[in-house]
Design a protein around this ligand. Sequence first.
Ligand code: PLP
Length: 387
Amino acid sequence: MKLAKNLERLGTESAFKILAEAKKLEAEGKKIIHLSLGQPDFKSPKHVVDATKKALDDGHHGYVLPNGIIECREAVTRKIKKLYDVDINPERVIIMPGGKPTMYYAITLFGEPGAEIIYPDPGFPIYESMINYTGAKAVPINMLENKNLSINPEKILSLINEKTRLIIINNPNNPTGAFTEKDKIDHLAEGLKKFPHVAILSDEIYSRQIFDEKKMPTFFDYDFLYDRLIVLDGWSKAYSMTGWRLGWSVWPEKLVDHVVKFCVNNHSCVNAAIQYGAIAALDGPDDSINFMMGKFTKRRKLIFEGLNSIKGIECSLPGGAFYAFPNVIGTGMNGKEFAKKCLHEAGVAIVPGTAFGKKAIDYVRFSFAASQDNISQALENIKKIVG
Ligand code: PLP
């Protein structure tokens, strides 16, 4: 067999590898506390499950439009209106099988040898993987420069040149849990006016997981960017629906046909019945989100204070998502060594920072999508193996 050359450049998401390793240890009888996975540990809302079951009972089991059923796209626009007070044409909305396909398609639309794409490092690993796959040059934004790990708009703007095609922004950020305030996003959006050849992919998948009652600084606020703005969001994190494989994105009008072609070539359409569940999620009460955020707020305090109380570990306060991203070099170990020791000696599965980019050698990611008891136990176990 002779495989395509560009396959060598395709990366992966190592959180899944860590899960497999942890599961192997569990099968050998070891007790493992899982703080590696990026998914809320709550059930999907009952009214969403019920609406999906009903859709199947009602016979919604065939192919539907590749861009999503109109009712679901309209529900997305109603939610955008409710959350951000902007009107979006549902023809610009595409329902996707998860958040990931939007980044895949956006990067594929712009990436090719000779092009440059700017992405966060550390960041969601699929950005860099896909950029490399297309043959474009992956230009990292160093997310570790600011002490609170937030975005530095001037630094990002300084990375743009005539070859830049796309900038990827992810706020709140995975893996750092950092939240960048609106004034900085305003600054970035304003600065982008000078570069009309550059498209923006704003990954807002954690838009409903922001602490301290802060508002989401969405790129929907900048209508002057709409002709080159892609916004990625979805149900996975907000409604604890990661396994449903459901996401939505809003595209510039002139890109919609290209993206729909990708959908047709790839997955034809998103599962019909779950799109009715998706409508129920968006139109229904936000109780499940509020409940989840209540839990995450308590866990954030626990993990932030717990990690900082361990000698050699320094952690900034996560402002969004459900991740803590401490620097562990003071323990005498780099992130990889630390994560390995945690798994094998403390029975705690976490992810080394380098799983999210080359820059985060001294860091590890803790997901606090786990019970307070498990987080407390994990912190206790780690305390024992450090120092
Ligand atoms: N974007 C970011 C920043 C993520 O962290 C994730 C998942 O972890 C995704 C997108 C993908 O979400 P989905 O599971 O809906 O594909």
